[in-house]
Ligand binder design. Structure first.
Ligand SMILES: Nc1ncnc2c1ncn2[C@@H]1O[C@H](COP(=O)(O)OP(=O)(O)OP(=O)(O)O)[C@@H](O)[C@H]1O
Length: 236
């Protein structure tokens, strides 16, 4: 589904990605992990064509993404920070995104799931952080793309909403979709991820399952395994 070959990206003198090689097969949940500033969002934005790499190649669904944008229509993306005009009402925003993408959407089920009915006529600027995030989740999942990219999807969510989000992601996986997630919430990652990709110092430091990482680092939970990763694993 996605092939990344020798990807390099620097911002000024800051070398963020320095030779990322990664294959993401079709179907399943992939968590991209790494410390703050390790380049997770940069990698995601490179896949989306929002960051132009200095070197390397990215192939999505068999085609190089260089100088093309059409492939992006087949990706549903939840950004880490979504900035929509505050004076828009939730209902208007949903309408606007549907018009922009010119795709059929199934928003009603999601609005119900996240109990957003009372907020539909409210302006975005008046919503709490968690409610805004639920609106962003609706905007992401209301389309039916085969590739879904979620940058820190749990931000601000209360426990009930987190359960809904997990269920939603798992339902999409069962449909055969490929889901790419970044998160710092290790319990969330441990519960849903099939494969973990750990980025450190611009490279892929580990790729494998949660169980493989726990075994490799001799830890019983993912949080401690991640903490131990740099001292106990070899480069993947
Ligand atoms: N547009 C930009 N211009 C300059 N530097 C940038 C830009 N985008 C990202 N960076 C830098 O690139 C590095 C990686 O940032 P990135 O957002 O990809 O990290 P991250 O792993 O997603 O971090 P976090 O876990 O904090 O979200 C950081 O040092 C950041 O300051």
């Amino acid at each position: 589904m996605i092939e990344i070959k020798d990807l390099h990206k620097k911002f000024g003198k800051n070398q963020v990605l320095s030779g990322i090689d990664l294959e993401i097969k079709e179907g399943g949940i992939f968590a991209i992990l790494g410390p703050n500033g390790s380049g997770k969002t940069t990698l995601i934005k490179s896949i989306l064509g929002m960051v132009i790499p200095n070197k390397g190649n990215i192939i999505v669904a068999g085609n190089s993404i260089k100088k093309t944008w059409k492939y992006r229509e087949g990706i549903d993306y939840l950004p880490q920070i979504a900035n929509f005009p505050g004076n828009l009402r939730v209902r208007e925003l949903i309408r606007m995104i549907k018009d922009l993408r010119r795709r059929s959407a199934d928003e009603d089920r999601l609005i119900k799931m996240f109990k957003l009915e009372p907020f539909l006529d409210k302006k975005l600027s008046t919503l709490s952080g968690g409610t805004k995030q639920k609106v962003n989740i609706v905007l992401t999942f209301m389309f039916d793309s085969t590739l879904i990219i979620l940058d820190e999807p749990t931000t601000g969510l209360d426990p009930a909403s987190l359960i809904h989000l997990k269920r939603l992601i798992q339902e999409e996986k069962i449909k055969g979709k490929t889901i790419l997630i970044t998160s710092h919430i290790m319990q969330f990652v441990a519960e849903i991820a099939d494969t973990i990709v750990y980025i450190l110092e611009g490279k892929i430091y580990f790729k494998g399952s949660v169980e493989e990482l726990k075994a490799k680092t001799k830890q019983t939970d993912l949080e401690h395994a991640i903490a131990a990763i740099t001292t106990t694993t070899d480069h993947a």
